[in-house]
Design a protein around this ligand. Structure first.
Ligand SMILES: Nc1ncnc2c1ncn2[C@@H]1O[C@H](COP(=O)(O)OP(=O)(O)OP(=O)(O)O)[C@@H](O)[C@H]1O
Ligand SMILES: [Mg+2]
Length: 157
């Protein structure tokens, strides 16, 4: 029988950093890595699913918007905080001219009807804190914080 894979430790000294090219399939790799890392905290499966959506939206944006011509570098970092998780998705691509406008639901610069401008709305809905900092021409940092509802005193789902 196969041995169980050990869970990561929630030791606050523990962190993860994953560097990938901004090719669309790598969004799956990043979201799975963050999900495994997050599993050391008392997240419900539904919360882990939310985290996965938020991470893949952020990494997907790097492929689509940060580096529209050639794939570039994307870093996904995660660390434990007092009672939750902090995840950074950073690129060094095109950057965002007006972050406030970009965060509005249904705002998109894409002409592809499959992209409805909802990525930031999902990130906002599925995390507790979403910070976006960007410099046009230099890149974008998306920082998401999420704490397990159980840790915040709520009943687990
Ligand atoms: N990493 C990034 N680099 C440059 N621009 C970005 C980045 N992330 C988002 N944007 C800009 O912000 C806009 C809104 O992003 P959002 O993810 O909400 O929607 P979308 O990607 O256009 O569509 P959807 O996510 O629904 O497929 C994008 O259209 C793009 O102009
Ligand atoms: Mg998007």
């Amino acid at each position: 029988m196969a041995e169980a894979v050990p869970r990561p430790t929630a030791d606050r000294r523990n962190y993860m950093k994953l560097e990938v090219t901004s090719l669309p399939p790598n969004a799956e790799l990043c979201r799975l890595a963050v999900a495994v890392f997050a599993a050391a905290l008392p997240f419900t499966l539904a919360e882990i699913e939310e985290l996965k959506v938020a991470v893949s939206e952020a990494v997907g944006n790097c492929a689509l918007h940060a580096y529209p011509e050639d794939p570039g570098r994307v870093e996904v970092r995660a660390r434990y905080e007092d009672v939750g998780l902090c995840v950074d998705v950073q690129d060094w691509g095109r950057g965002i001219d007006d972050v406030e406008r970009a965060r509005q639901p249904a705002f998109t610069t894409s002409s592809d009807p499959d992209h409805m401008g909802l990525g930031f709305a999902f990130m906002e809905q599925f995390t507790d804190v979403l910070e976006v900092t960007s410099t046009p021409g230099s890149g974008t940092l998306v920082r998401m914080r999420k704490r397990p509802a159980a840790a915040a005193g709520g009943a687990p789902a």
